[in-house]
Design a protein around this ligand. Structure first.
Ligand code: DC
Length: 265
């Protein structure tokens, strides 16, 4: 089980029978008619978008894409090639070398940069420290926008990021904004980094929290596609949730929103 969530018991929450891949075949929402729905999940760092989103997508029979991997891989390649992290045009020129890869279940959770699988490298602290700076460059964002839209084109996918419901896929069928307090997100990130749960006030834990807060400020304060709650998003706060409870909350929100749309006169 991914670290950071409360240990759930058998009563942690249950989801009813997941609909099949084809349950939403007649889904026609907004201006776009598609075979399968598109679900956007946005939220701040360590809010669980990737872990919770991937598990929710699997239960619903949808593919999953973590768009943060594009920005992380751009940051990795920039450091590797000595490209300044604030040089938007040069960062944009790296975009054709970045490729997300799906596993057999249609989860885009791996990323290649210049042909090399860098998935294990892009979650390191040195990438965390520069990725928000990289991601705020409008030229890079513009270069990655069509790449993200392409992945969602067929539908039947949950796409996680910061600006998915607001900019990348504003006509997404369901939009979720996954949130948690800064201390909770810092605790989860700390556990991922091997900081024991009890040491919330230690130096390493404090540094983790400060870094997360600094990244929040850049992601929310940037001029280009800042992190925002889309007006039509369902906000889910996961403080105190087990991982299972968070997944159930997301699955239920998606199913409820889709039912409401199908039953609209
Ligand atoms: O979700 P994450 O921590 O892996 O994201 C890494 C960085 O990329 C973070 O600074 C936010 C940015 N990002 C973004 O600006 N837009 C997205 N759609 C996804 C991530």
């Amino acid at each position: 089980m991914p670290v950071g969530y409360s240990a759930g018991g058998r009563d942690a929450g249950r989801v009813g029978a997941a609909p099949s891949m084809h349950a939403g075949r007649d889904c026609t929402i907004g201006k776009v008619a598609r075979g399968e729905p598109v679900i956007a999940i946005d939220g701040p760092g360590s809010s669980g978008k990737s872990t919770v989103g991937a598990l929710a997508a699997a239960r619903l029979g949808f593919r999953f894409c973590d768009t943060g991997l594009f920005y992380r891989a751009a940051a990795w390649l920039a450091l590797e090639r000595g490209v300044p992290v604030d040089d938007g045009p040069s960062l944009a020129a790296l975009a054709p070398d970045l490729h997300l890869e799906a596993d057999g279940a249609g989860r885009y959770l791996r990323v290649r940069a210049a042909g090399r699988d860098v998935t294990a490298l892009v979650h390191r602290p040195e990438i965390d420290r520069v990725v928000s700076e990289v991601a705020q460059q409008p030229e890079l964002r513009a270069a990655l926008l069509p790449r993200q839209r392409e992945l969602a084109e067929e539908g039947g996918i949950v796409v996680a990021g910061r600006d998915i419901g607001t900019v990348v896929l504003p006509e997404a069928d369901v939009k979720i904004y996954l949130d948690a307090s800064l201390p909770e997100r810092a605790r989860r990130r700390g556990l991922e980094r091997g900081i024991p749960a009890g040491e919330v006030d230690g130096d390493a834990a404090r540094r983790t929290r400060d870094e997360l807060q600094a990244r929040d400020a850049i992601d929310s304060g940037r001029a280009s596609a800042p992190l925002r709650v889309a007006p039509d998003a369902i906000v889910i706060r996961t403080d105190g949730f087990t991982l299972e409870q968070a997944v159930v909350a997301v699955v239920n929100a998606i199913e409820t929103a889709r039912r409401a749309v199908r039953h609209r006169p």
